[in-house]
Design a protein around this ligand. Sequence first.
Ligand SMILES: [Zn+2]
Length: 192
Amino acid sequence: MYSHYIDVGRLEMICGPMFSGKSEELIRRLKRTILAGMPTIIFTPKIDNRYLENHICSHDGKQLEAVPISHIEEVLEHVTDETKVIGIDEVQFLDGEIVSVIMKLVNEGKRVICAGLDKDFKAESFGQMPELLALADDVTKLTAICMKCGRPANFTQRLIGGQPASYNDPLILIGASESYEARCRLCYKIDK
Ligand SMILES: [Zn+2]
């Protein structure tokens, strides 16, 4: 089976706004590698404890077991020579040298599949995502559906107390009710 296959590393990126099905697409790809018997390991940032820790979840409730980590360097402690496929959810939230660690794994012949937000709530590119997208062998850019008007949505709208957040609002707000929506370019609002 896959043992006859010569390992050529590969980086696949799944990006888009919130509610575009990134985790669902990551889970779909990883379930296939697991079904094929390929040694697969999955990581999720520790800060993302929505639903269940030790799992990656899509909004539709599908889940797979994952190792929670804070720094990308922790991946290297879990990956072995036998590991063929590495899945990383919410990759934009990890600390550390994301690009160099991921490219090291790819150059060792691993298939690395990452899902993450390409833009932050300010509609600016997110951390090291642009470089990962440039270096990837394959990029899937998903769209959500605008929760205001139903057009295809490429933006993540941050709401504080139900109102669009301002550009300069702090990333972490204590005690404020905060939520997110997928929005199209017309409905996305930011106050600079
Ligand atoms: Zn809209």
